[in-house]
Design a binder for this molecule. Structure first.
Ligand code: C5P
Length: 225
């Protein structure tokens, strides 16, 4: 296990990916975007045309396909059978289907195992997702849970989509976010919730820089070394 493990969990649009990436850079730590793993398995299943509600079929896809994850300069790269799918896994169709993989207990087990293996090879790691502080790294050195009002999270997501040339409507983006929250919070395995010992930060009124400063301050206080 790494000497320093920092977990950042939270709902979509809470700022956790950006904050985790910037924090990792400041601490010279590795960065693990676990959402990319759920997205990659989802895309592989979509490409294979299997019934997404069939856990055994999803498992077969995971076993047959060569799924590879690596982190380069703070960006998570994902490959399926050698093909770079790092951009494709961000498509809204993949986002909409990720809940099938996220609620399949056996797949979560395998993905958590892969996350722990990844951390074992690193000296310091900042890992973000939904269950990093509660399940994957219950004994992490410091845990954060970022949250923000759904309307603000939808605006942030819309800005990202517009930057990619898409013309989605704010109401639709907010609805998709709220549906994802519901599914993430209510699943039986690895549900989205703050760990009992997590530091909870509401980022609604904060800039990314302010969140990074707050998080960094907590890390320096709790782990001075
Ligand atoms: O964070 P991101 O939006 O990329 O995650 C995609 C999906 O993967 C989420 O909607 C969530 O359902 C799932 N996920 C999860 N557990 C994690 C990370 C992501 O269930 N640790």
């Amino acid at each position: 296990m790494a000497d320093l493990v920092i977990t950042i969990d939270g709902p979509a649009g809470s700022g956790k990916s950006t904050v985790a990436r910037l924090l990792a850079k400041k601490l010279d730590a590795s960065f693990l975007d676990t959402g990319a793993m759920y997205r990659t398995v989802t895309l592989a299943a979509m490409q294979s045309g299997v019934n997404m509600s069939d856990q055994e079929k999803l498992l077969e896809v995971m076993e047959k396909k060569n799924l590879n994850f690596s982190s380069r300069e703070g960006i998570m790269l994902a490959h399926i059978d050698g093909a770079d799918v790092s951009e494709q896994i961000r498509e809204p169709e993949v986002t909409a289907n990720a809940h099938y993989v996220a609620s399949a207990a056996k797949l979560r087990e395998k993905l958590v195992e892969m996350q722990r293996d990844f951390a074992a090879g690193e000296e310091k790691i900042v890992t973000e997702g939904r269950d990093q502080g509660t399940v994957a790294f219950g004994d992490a050195d410091i845990k954060f849970y970022l949250t923000a009002q759904a309307g603000e999270r939808a605006k942030r997501r819309l800005t990202e989509l517009r930057a990619k040339g898409r013309s989605d409507r704010l109401e639709d983006v907010q609805q998709a976010i709220e549906e994802r929250d519901k599914s993430d919070k209510n699943r039986a395995v690895g549900p989205l919730r703050p760990a009992d010992d997590a530091i909870v930060i509401d980022t609604t009124e904060l800039s990314i820089e302010e969140v990074v400063e707050t998080v960094l301050g907590c890390v320096k206080e709790k782990c001075p070394g």
